[in-house]
Ligand binder design. Structure first.
Ligand SMILES: C[S@@+](CC[C@H](N)C(=O)[O-])C[C@H]1O[C@@H](n2cnc3c(N)ncnc32)[C@H](O)[C@@H]1O
Length: 225
């Protein structure tokens, strides 16, 4: 584990996350999304030994992967007390191949072959700097996967965040106060963030399996030259 020198102007409010997805079971709420993501994560974990999840919540994805790949080493980073405690003492208690850090993910990076973060990056005011610091500790040919909300899912954003069409129209990024601080990015904006962090995009898609949110997913590899 390495500390990072990133200092953010803003990020989300730690306390606001305390009940997020607490105790959720996979393949129940949005089965199509869970199947898509577990298949994709599994495909990558098949070739990558050391895996990190930044902002792992209550450990729902780590539990699935660590059971499926007992010879891989998994690390989860989570700053919210309640989610961390649940992951450590309940969900992941009996899994020997997971290490958890109760830390702010903007201040640490972990050596790995693959890292992923789901619904996290958009809560950092300087997402490029954080992603870059995580990427610096990715092995050569290491992979990264992230999922972020989709600014271009107009109707959903208007309904969920009480935004007007004028607030979204023609914008590359829109800041609002979900969990204290969240950015909505356009397709091109997230691609630019990923590229500027030293990653090359392998796969970009709107995750239609999550019908309402239609978030954006990016898989990238570490650029060596
Ligand atoms: C959208 S939730 C996703 C949780 C989990 N990946 C899941 O899918 O259930 C975002 C998670 O990132 C965590 N998080 C946000 N900012 C963080 C930070 N600076 N350091 C560590 N965790 C953070 C939140 O506490 C929350 O658990």
């Amino acid at each position: 584990m390495h500390s990072s020198k990133v200092t953010l102007k803003r990020q989300s409010n730690k306390q606001a996350w305390s009940t997020f997805n607490l105790g959720r079971k996979l393949f129940t709420t949005i089965p199509a999304f869970d199947h898509y993501l577990t298949d994709l994560l599994s495909e990558i974990c098949n070739n990558k030994q050391r895996v990190v999840e930044y902002g792992c919540g209550d450990g729902i994805w780590l539990e699935y992967l660590a059971q499926k790949f007992p010879d891989n080493q998994f690390v989860g980073v989570e700053w919210t007390d309640r989610l961390y405690e649940y992951a450590k003492n309940i969900r992941l208690k009996n899994l020997q191949n997971i290490k958890l850090y109760h830390k702010d993910a903007t201040t640490i990076s972990v050596d790995c072959d693959f890292f992923y973060s789901l619904g996290v990056l958009e809560h950092f005011s300087d997402a490029v700097a954080v992603l870059k610091s995580w990427t610096e500790h990715l092995a050569p040919n290491g992979f990264a996967l992230t999922i972020v909300p989709n600014l271009l899912n107009t109707i959903y954003n208007m309904q969920r965040f009480q935004l007007t069409l004028d607030q979204l129209k023609g914008k590359k990024e829109v800041v609002h106060n979900c969990y204290g601080f969240e950015q909505l990015w356009s397709h091109n904006t997230i691609l630019k963030i990923v590229m500027e962090a030293g990653l090359e995009v392998l796969l970009f898609r709107v995750v239609e399996e999550n019908k309402k949110e239609r978030p954006m997913l990016i898989v990238a590899f570490k650029r060596e030259i």
